[in-house]
Design a protein around this ligand. Structure first.
Ligand code: SAH
Length: 220
């Protein structure tokens, strides 16, 4: 039963997913492990059934609570940017949302810690990941701008919502060589940034312009 639901038919079938993967390749995504996850994670189970037929379009879709599931290109781009430079042990994700990005990334890292401020979203994400038998994820309901001190340092941190400025707590929780992928800036003017902790300090690179929901303080 579950297998059939995950495999999909028609607009959620393997062929539809292959088209999405092809499109991401054309847009420059080249990490094969990431493309493989985009092909295999059933994005349609993370959205409302009525939106299922649009799950493999390269677009953000509503998931309730005024939030959206990230666009596949962005999930792929952020995952690729995080994984460049070698395998990762402890990784922190801020902004679990429906758990789609979490499901894409989890098998590509050793342990994934994920924080969401809206309890209703976090509960649903937990359920979905359990259904998919993904077991290396720890969930936390809270404010991700503070990071997750008791589990730090992290070799990778990925932020799925945009702060106006980089949260210092996240930079502090980066391990030596660790990288933080985060969209920074106000609505309409955000830039995807990669910060890397090196011996001499933290370096920064821009990965291009993006559009994210804002990173908010406090619990929802
Ligand atoms: N990658 C997610 C995208 C979620 S959108 C997915 O694929 O579904 C961004 C999420 O960040 C929202 O769920 C929002 O509630 C959450 N968020 C915003 N500010 C936050 C904060 N300070 N701490 C934790 N989560 C936050």
């Amino acid at each position: 039963m579950a297998d059939l639901r995950f495999a999909g038919i028609g607009m959620t079938s393997a062929r539809t997913r292959d088209r999405l993967v092809q499109r991401l390749r054309e847009q420059g995504i080249s990490n094969l492990a990431v493309l493989d996850r985009i092909r295999n994670v059933p994005r349609h189970i993370f959205v409302d059934e009525a939106l299922g037929s649009r799950a493999y379009e390269d677009t953000a879709l509503p998931i309730g609570f005024g939030q959206t599931i990230s666009q596949p290109y962005i999930v792929a781009r952020m995952s690729e940017a995080l994984l460049e430079g070698g395998p990762l042990g402890n990784v922190l994700e801020v902004g679990t949302g429906c758990g789609y990005q979490t499901a894409v990334l989890a098998p590509l890292v050793e342990r994934l810690f994920t924080i969401e401020r809206i309890a209703g979203l976090l509960d649903r994400a937990k359920e979905r990941l359990k259904e998919l038998d993904i077991r290396n994820v720890k969930f936390h309901h809270g404010d991700g701008t503070q990071g997750w001190k008791s589990q730090a340092p992290f070799e990778g941190i990925l932020v799925a919502a945009a702060p106006l400025a980089v949260p210092q707590a996240l930079l502090r929780q980066l391990a030596p060589g660790g990288r933080l992928i985060v969209p920074v800036g106000e609505d309409g003017k955000q830039e995807l940034m990669r910060f890397t902790r090196r011996e001499q300090g933290v370096t920064r690179e821009s990965l291009g312009h993006v559009a994210f929901v804002p990173l908010l303080g406090g619990k929802g």
